[in-house]
Design a protein around this ligand. Sequence first.
Ligand code: SF4
Length: 126
Amino acid sequence: MAKIAMMRCEKNENKCPLTDDFTCIDKKVQGFEKYDECELVGVFTCRCPGDNAVGLAKILKSKGAEAIHFVTCTFSKKTDTGWDATDGGFCDHIEKIAEKVHSEKGLRCVLGTAHLPEGYTPKVFE
Ligand code: SF4
């Protein structure tokens, strides 16, 4: 069974309890559809400018995480017609953060959790 973790953004931590993300993990859909089985081992919050992400990833790895999923709202914005990855999310450098976590901690990093924009394929650093 794959052990996974999530990294959320501080800009949304008091508005979103990650309900849809947990549902998608349970159902293995959206950003988690590649897993036959997966277990969530932890969730942490990135804080601007993102310097804490590698340290948090180290802890998640120590808890067994093999992959970290960065929540969809970091790179995608909700619009009247759905989620839009071309319009930007909360973070203008989430790819650099994910790449750094991957290169420094050897963890698979995935951009995407719930409500993926139409036509979007999760970007993976591995
Ligand atoms: S660095 Fe990016 S992902 Fe991290 S808290 Fe700031 S905006 Fe959010």
